[in-house]
Design a protein around this ligand. Structure first.
Ligand SMILES: [Zn+2]
Length: 215
């Protein structure tokens, strides 16, 4: 008799358990039967640090006389370079750099850079200004943004399908994601959505995402 009661109670408990579970699962089944919702992709959040920030300031250049600089491709041609006016008579300067503000490093063609360097006028410049001087971009706009890692990236864009990205390289021993290496220029092709070589700079994927919003 006692055994029968125990069995009946056990069966009741088992049935109650499964009924309760069915009730609990019911809402989930309803959700599953409706079309699956795909959450909207969050918009990339980035901080624009500076926009069009000219960083070239060389007061000593005013005392440097104009100089003739030989063409790199034709030794019979020379160009007149004035670092006090930040002008050069070469075709690159006339075509691409004449309209750039005097205190913007993108104004310097390779001849202007050569004279500035020969006269030791580059020592007080910021590392970014120096990187742009060494590898001047023809692009019109310069936007500096901060990545989620804290690294700053300066993007030169507007002009052609190639965007110039200036950022620091990783130095051995860097920790915490902040890079302290030398500034370098990386080319990115907007049309083909690819870096000019390799995997691009540190944070390349985030930079690519930012580029799609900045350009
Ligand atoms: Zn020049």
């Amino acid at each position: 008799m006692i055994t029968t009661i125990v069995i009946v109670v056990f069966v009741i408990l088992v049935v109650a358990y499964f009924m309760g579970r069915d009730e609990e699962e019911a809402p989930d089944e309803k959700v599953n039967s409706s079309p699956q919702k795909i959450p909207a992709k969050p918009k990339q959040v980035f901080e624009v640090v500076k926009i069009d920030n000219p960083t070239l300031s060389i007061p000593e250049s005013e005392s440097i006389p104009d100089q003739e600089v030989e063409s790199y491709s034709d030794e019979n041609t020379t160009y007149n370079v004035s670092v006090s006016e930040m002008t050069c008579t070469c075709p690159d300067f006339k075509k691409h750099r004449k309209g750039v503000p005097v205190n913007d490093p993108r104004r310097a063609c390779k001849h202007l850079y050569c004279v500035l360097e020969e006269n030791n006028l580059l020592s007080n410049l910021s590392e970014l200004a120096l990187a742009i001087l060494e590898s001047p971009s023809k692009n019109k706009k310069l936007t500096t943004v901060k990545l989620s890692s804290g690294n700053e990236v300066s993007i030169c864009h507007g002009g052609n399908e190639w965007v110039d990205v200036f950022t620091r390289k990783r130095r051995k021993g860097d920790s915490g994601g902040l890079y302290s290496g030398k500034y370098d220029r990386f080319g990115f092709n907007i049309n083909e959505q690819r870096w000019s070589y390799g995997d691009g700079p540190p944070g390349a994927r985030e930079i690519k995402s930012i580029l799609s919003q900045v350009l």
